[in-house]
Design a binder for this molecule. Sequence first.
Ligand code: NAD
Length: 371
Amino acid sequence: MRLAVLRERAAGETRVAATPETVKKFIALGATVAVEPGAGASAAIPDADYAAAGAQLVADPTVGAEIVLCVQGPEPDLLVGLAPGAWIVGGLDPFARADRVEAWATAGLEALAMEFMPRITRAQSMDILSSQSNLAGYKAVIEAANAYGRAFPMMMTAAGTVSAARVFVMGVGVAGLQAIATARRLGAQVSATDVRSATREQILSLGAKPIFVENVAGIEGEGAGGYATEMSAEYQQAQAELVSAHIARQDIVITTALIPGRAAPRLITDAQIATMKPGSVIFDLAAPQGGNVEGSVADQVVERHGVRILGFSNTPARLPADASALYARNLYNFLSAFWDKEAQRPVLDEEIGNAVRLTQAGKVVSERLLG
Ligand code: NAD
């Protein structure tokens, strides 16, 4: 079994899909690993470290490879060295890049989208959305704190008291939980909201205040796999009113709300931003998915009513070393969990295989893409 590790081509992508640590582990399973020179450079991993781990550094690692490891889906013209049946394993962005999925199918490649990993206990260590969202939630708070012209913790000094920043986290999934924890560590007063009522306990357990829509009947907000569902018009109205009242008193707002396969829900309008104090900061983690915040533009600092709105198209890529280390372990945990010693390759089971497989034998086979 030969694995290929590509240098990422996408603009702003700093991560790499394998580290010297995971290269060594794959070799211990019996695989050979070919790494494209420079693959780890932006994650501070020199080629020499891959070589020392046992990797072969080759200009086109796809030649003869049976599995390509990547962070973002490679363009089909990068994969001409692959034989039909070879796997592409990575964050393949299948909803947004259906064209590429079709091209991989036509080339006879088997594309496995790691973001379609089921949210089940045994797959937690393989879950790239969790490992990357966790870092993104941390980084969002750090960036917001950096842009904020005041301190986060309360400070009592001889020159007077500095009051604690008020931080409001909207969307309490993996990123939101880490955002709450990070803002608390920095000493802020933190509140948070979500449409899934199960998050109330989690917010409380982190020492933050839950802000929830009450008395809107029959809404749990939780759909398949623990993900959010789209909410009713009545709920959205109640949520908008609650947020309006709360947001005017916040210094920092971190928004993280996503609904898989759809544009991000709009949580903050321009009129609500206008009620915030000048100097406040909003970090919109959903900016690349259309934004939770009206007017947010990925990779730009937008100023509205004296409030700065930030958001990056690729937040985990701002922590390239840690993001790569965790991502690479996710891929190793996935492939090694299914490693068949006799076949000397991974053989997926039905539950996980059917969830992550996008293409097989020349066709698009993913139920999530087909229906
Ligand atoms: P996500 O990135 O899909 O969304 C972020 C958060 O935004 C979610 O909590 C969601 O409920 C919330 N949201 C959506 N619409 C909203 C709205 N209109 N207003 C406010 N909030 C809104 O979420 P995620 O981080 O991927 O987590 C989704 C679920 O998966 C959670 O229940 C999480 O605990 C679970 N999970 C399970 C595993 C596992 O068991 N392997 C791993 C990771 C996450």
